[in-house]
Design a protein around this ligand. Structure first.
Ligand code: ADQ
Length: 501
């Protein structure tokens, strides 16, 4: 392949899914979402390719390429499938990706299953991705690899003799602190794999700090230089750039959709279903990292401590199904449903239900209508790469009078720390106090805080994120970057003055 430098994107899932129609024929369904919206125009402009798994087992559809080729004509860029067998789905996806990396990187070490079979499948699937990337690209093309499923792809490319591609990696989930990373049986290999990328992007300064700390300790030959959004790690003759790039959403699209007639009608319906009441909203994928039980405990305590909240507020909690084949996910669902039942049993009165719980999907207009109708968004992640729900709620809060309660462990806290109400979700009293404060906050303060959040997100949207990452990949100047916003909870003024002499 010749021509100008092109962009090749690789992620575990393709932005399309293949499904079998009624007559047994295969059809392609497009996924939406900020990442897809932001990357598609760049892929079209650069005649690029997106490489990933099309959501169907290699055993079920052996000629996946032919079907993708036939179905993807309208996309304006190429898609290439990487087939996974049912066994690989088990060992690579549910196994190493979601029972080793996901729990470890979210501080749930006790949920890890360090099965060596999982690791071998991970390497094998990463090798397969590297092979497809090598076929699809030429020297000098830029390969942008996404997320924790594919950390070894650049090393596999190099081992296959195709190390002349420029590569960037973005980790959507947190990077763990040194002591946790050390638990990983394959810690040195994984760290070395990451150093084969030319650019490594993290969501926040926190994650980057953790990564650099691992490098300093485990790879003492690596020299670190520079400051600002992107720093340099010198490994022998190579330079690896390491940066923080907070991902975002298509702010304008969310705001426009929130203002549409379809959504406005649903908002009016929601308000009529909750007459004179404030909606506190929770939207989370079913995952132990999202802290849903902690949210429920906090809400329960708020109702106890502040009886004036009873009959005045309702928690609407949407839980989106996820990874149901992993036992911990099943257990967390049972726990959530038990808690919802307990709180309902304790507080429900004629004409008022404290929690409206839905396990399933809402379509997009319904999701956005809930964001817009809610007074408070309650995000209590125990660890989260970013948390887009917090940003989507803010974009849809058109009257700028919603209040965001945000876990200090969500990546979004780095950007929104001044204007959200921050909570430590492990501190049930703090969550209860924040709920009370949010539900009683005066309109002026609500508008001031949410106005500032919206101003920031309008500027730092998903297009800004793509642009910044690609500029860093070209080693271009990224302009002003005042501080790496690593959130640290401030001690009350003078707190440590009281330590004895
Ligand atoms: P997630 O863990 O999935 O993402 P999050 O950032 O909150 O977490 O994104 C969830 C997404 O699902 C949101 O865009 C939301 O709109 C969507 N969603 C929720 N309910 C839905 C529904 N009923 N129907 C359709 N869509 C729904 C991972 C990391 C995060 C990181 C993102 C992006 O764990 O920390 O922010 O990637 O990098």
């Amino acid at each position: 392949m010749t021509g100008a430098q092109r962009l090749i994107v690789a992620s575990n899932r393709l932005p399309v899914t293949l499904r079998r129609g009624h007559e047994g024929d295969w059809k392609m369904e497009r996924s939406s979402g900020g990442l897809v919206t932001a990357l598609e125009p760049v892929l079209r402009e650069q005649e690029g390719t997106w490489i990933g798994w099309p959501g169907v087992g290699a055993d079920e559809l052996p000629d996946v390429e032919a079907v993708l080729e036939r179905e993807s004509g309208s996309l304006g860029y190429r898609v290439r499938g990487v087939g996974l067998t049912a066994q690989e789905e088990k060992d690579f996806y549910l196994g190493f990706s979601n029972q080793v990396v996901w729990p470890l990187f979210h501080d749930f070490q006790t949920y890890c299953n360090f099965d060596p079979t999982f690791w071998r499948a991970y390497r094998e699937v990463n090798r397969r991705f590297a092979k497809v990337i090598a076929d699809e690209s030429a020297a000098g093309d830029f390969i942008w690899v996404h997320d924790y499923h594919l950390m070894s792809v650049a090393e596999e490319l190099w081992q296959a003799g195709e190390g002349d591609r420029k590569t960037g990696f973005f980790l959507h989930i947190p990077f763990p602190p040194l002591d946790l990373f050390l638990k990983l049986p394959w810690r040195f290999t994984l760290l070395r794999s990451l150093l084969h990328y030319d650019l490594i992007g993290f969501q926040t300064g926190r994650d980057r700090r953790n990564f650099l700390e691992c490098l300093r300790t485990l790879a003492p030959g690596v020299e670190l230089e520079g400051e600002g959004r992107v720093v340099r790690a010198r490994v022998g003759k190579r330079t690896v750039r390491v940066g923080a790039f907070p991902i975002s959403i298509d702010f304008d699209e969310f705001a426009d959709e929130a203002a549409s007639n379809a959504v406005s009608e649903r908002v009016a319906r929601l308000w009529s279903e909750f007459p004179g009441r404030q909606i506190i909203l929770g939207v989370d994928r079913l995952d132990y990292s999202k802290g849903i039980p902690h949210k429920l405990h906090g809400f329960r305590l708020a109702l106890h401590r502040y009886p004036s909240l009873q009959e005045r507020v309702s928690l609407v909690q949407l839980v989106v199904p996820s990874r149901e084949d992993i036992p911990e996910y099943h257990a967390i669902r049972t726990e959530i449903e038990r808690l919802v039942g307990r709180i309902s049993g304790e507080f429900t009165r004629p004409g008022w239900v404290p929690i409206h719980y839905k396990y399933g999907q809402w379509d997009r207009p319904e999701l956005i209508a809930h964001y817009r109708a809610a007074r408070v968004s309650l995000v209590t992640s125990l660890k989260d790469g970013m948390n887009l729900v917090a940003k989507e709620f803010s974009a849809a809060s058109l009257e700028a009078d919603g209040v965001l309660i945000l876990s200090e462990y969500a990546g979004a806290t780095a950007q929104l720390q001044k204007d959200a109400l921050l909570v430590n979700p492990y501190d049930v009293e703090e969550v209860a106090e924040a709920i009370h404060q949010a539900c009683n906050m005066k309109e002026g303060e609500r508008r001031k805080r949410m106005g500032r959040i919206r101003d920031r997100l309008r500027k730092e949207d998903i297009f800004w994120w793509v642009d910044t990452f690609l500029k860093a990949a070209r080693d271009e100047d990224l302009g002003e970057w005042n501080e790496l916003e690593v959130y640290q909870p401030p001690a009350p003024p003078g707190f440590f003055d009281a330590v004895r002499d």
